[in-house]
Write a new protein. Structure first.
Lengths: 114, 543
């Protein structure tokens, strides 16, 4: 389980970083998406991996905290997903504007001299 | 729940938020109404910030340092999110307000007509900046960073054009990556310590189990990377000159505070988490801050010397300013003492105001076919800048007489303040830093001397670069002087007047800075204060 999760985070992050360094705006935006998936999984993993445990405790009485998942990283992931979704959408708009204004999808707005 | 004076702490966040949201309902043509709402909101925020500043001074009883708390949702401190106002954050709030008012007035002269929703985005930017200064929780800090960044993306693109869109594209890509780094750092810190409350973190660092310490350090370092990108440290500053140059004048003037948000967070967190009382973690990252800050100053002043246009020059001056404060922060973290930090805070205040004034001066100075205008037109050709400037409708409004004299005097004042020449406030800040370095330089004399040399060199380079542009613009012009509206020059004059007040009242300001520095160097005051903050429900029960 740990191996699978960490491998998934690693592969996503590596692909994201590679795409982020590419010269086309579309590659950059896909890279940012992959990177944000990796980060979201990473935040989730930082709350320790528990299987099938609920994050919310019932009211009253003594409760064994080890039987429950940490709710905080789950809340953080939710916030992070919403924010990165919104900013990625905004980036997409700027990307399309840049494509329209410059006529190229190069990140610098012009092709590199051959 | 009563609306007592303690609710003032959240006012610098709520006022811009409601003002910005309200203006979204107004039609784009009702600019006068929007401008009025905007001005009222900014003025109210500034007043609230000033009141918070007065309160944070406290009395003799509290050791001249009162920390205000605001428990959101009335959850006790380490569990809920807490807003904290102390001397440092109150000072930054006031600085934000002092920059926002002139920038808004300048925008009223024409810039707010160049695109949509200028005033709303401006208010949301203020909300994000103020929130980042006030929050006492790491994840909440992330949220406010995103608020201010989202608003800044919109503001940077305000006015449109190819140059802005391209600069904006780079700016957004860099900042999205920075935010992801921030998230990785925050989750590592949470994984190692189990808390995101800055006060609780500060208490936990000295007693952290040795096995967790490397992970905590890694998290803090990755998080710091995100703030350092915003502060524009070399080698992560290549996006900054283009982005600041691309922004419209009032936007660039407001962006002068954005690097300072990064610097503020770095100072606050490093002194809180890695101060002298942090046990095995004390002084973590000090070398990086000193080296990075010094490299930034070098990059900045070389950039000033190499720049062709005033815009690029001003953007590099932003780097010099934030690099200087970062390096001083490193020296303080390595055991530098309160005096040097106080001087650096004074320098931060003075240089931010001066850079903001300079950004507002650029456009009026380059309006006609003077030397700098020709230079800028050349740059505009090379970069494919749009011709919007020339197509603008003739402005209605009061034009001022003796334009070149007023512009020249304002520019001169900016040069003096930025280069650190007497008699303006830049000199006082720099001399304070130099004194502190030489007095306390016993530990790392070589580094201190190197930084002293850099400070003097950077001042000299600023002088050379800016004077060159000044000569071209004011002495080598022929023909009609540019037509500048009173509304455009008034904000610049106001900012310079603030610099003069800062100079005349230097003893008061420096005294405030000294107490601030001493309070910041004792993180236990902050930590114990926050964790002991009483809940409103408990207060009511005991009444």
């Amino acid at each position: 389980m740990e191996m699978v999760l960490s491998a998934a985070i690693g592969v996503l992050a590596a692909s994201g970083i590679w795409l982020l360094l590419r010269p086309r705006t579309f590659q950059v935006i896909v890279g940012l998406c992959l990177l944000s998936y990796a980060v979201n999984l990473f935040i989730f993993a930082m709350g320790r991996i528990t299987l099938g445990a609920p994050p919310i405790m019932p009211r009253g009485g003594f409760i064994d905290p080890t039987a429950y998942a940490d709710p905080l990283p789950q809340a953080l992931v939710l916030t992070a997903i919403v924010i990165s979704f919104a900013t990625t959408a905004l980036f997409l708009v700027v990307m399309i504007a840049s494509r329209g204004l410059t006529g190229t999808d190069h990140v610098d707005g012009q092709e590199r001299e051959p | 729940m009563s609306l007592g004076p303690e609710h003032l702490i959240i006012a610098p966040i709520l006022i811009p938020f409601f003002a910005g949201a309200m203006m979204l309902v107004y039609d784009e043509r009702q600019r006068r109404a929007k401008l009025t709402i905007s001005l009222i909101a900014v003025a109210a925020t500034l007043l609230a910030a000033m009141e918070l500043l007065v309160r944070s001074k406290g009395s003799e009883l509290t050791g001249n340092n009162d920390i205000g708390f605001y428990l959101l949702g009335d959850w006790a401190a380490p569990y809920g999110i807490v807003l904290v106002v102390d001397r440092l954050s109150a000072m930054m709030l006031v600085l934000t307000g002092l920059l926002a008012l002139p920038a808004l007035l300048y925008a009223a002269a024409g810039w707010h007509r160049q695109g949509q929703h200028f005033h709303s985005m401006f208010q949301f930017l203020l909300m994000g900046v103020n929130g980042a200064f006030l929050t006492g929780d790491l994840f909440n800090l992330f949220v406010f960073f995103e608020v201010l960044l989202a608003a800044s993306y919109g503001l940077l693109l305000h006015g449109g054009g190819q140059f802005r869109v391209r600069g904006g594209l780079h700016y957004i890509a860099i900042n999205l990556t920075g935010s992801l780094l921030f998230l990785v750092g925050v989750s590592l810190v949470y994984g190692a310590t189990g808390t995101l409350n800055m006060a609780q973190l500060s208490m936990m660092v000295p007693v952290l189990p040795e096995a967790q310490r490397p992970m905590f350090h890694a998290g803090a370092a990755i998080m710091a990377l995100a703030f350092l990108i915003k502060a524009g440290i070399w080698p992560m500053s290549f996006w900054l000159p283009t982005a600041y140059m691309a922004g419209a004048a009032p936007v660039a003037a407001m962006f002068a505070i954005m690097t300072k948000v990064g610097v503020y967070v770095i100072l606050r967190l490093s002194l809180l988490l890695f101060g002298a009382g942090a046990g095995a973690s004390a002084g973590f990252g000090a070398e990086v801050m000193i080296a990075g800050g010094m490299a930034t100053v070098v990059f900045g002043f070389l950039g000033v010397l190499a720049s062709q246009g005033l815009g690029r020059m001003a953007a590099h001056l932003v780097l010099v300013s934030s690099g200087t404060v970062l390096a001083v922060g490193g020296f303080v973290l390595a055991g530098g003492g309160a005096q040097i930090l106080a001087a650096a805070l004074f320098y931060l205040l003075s240089s931010t105001l001066a850079i903001s004034a300079l950004f507002l001066l650029i456009e009026p100075m380059s309006r006609e076919d003077g030397g700098i205008a020709a230079l800028l037109a050349l740059t505009a050709d090379a970069y494919g800048l749009d011709e919007r400037e020339e197509d603008r409708q003739p402005e209605v409004g009061l034009a001022i007489p003796g334009t070149l004299t007023v512009l020249g005097l304002s520019f001169g004042a900016c040069v003096i303040a930025l280069a650190g020449l007497p008699p303006l406030s830049g000199f006082i800040g720099k001399i304070g830093i130099l004194q502190g370095l030489l007095a306390e330089g016993a530990e790392t004399p070589a580094l201190s001397w190197a930084f002293v040399a850099l400070l003097i060199l950077s001042g000299f380079a600023t002088l050379v670069g800016l004077v060159r542009v000044g000569i071209q613009t004011f002495w080598a012009t022929e023909g009609e002087p540019p037509k500048v509206l009173a509304l455009e020059i008034a904000p610049v004059v106001a900012l310079i007047a603030l610099l003069i007040v800062l100079t005349i009242k230097a003893d008061v300001t420096l005294g405030y800075m000294r107490d601030t520095a001493e309070a910041v160097l004792q993180p236990s005051i902050y930590a114990e204060g926050v964790l002991g903050a009483p809940r409103a429900a408990e207060g009511e029960a005991s009444d």
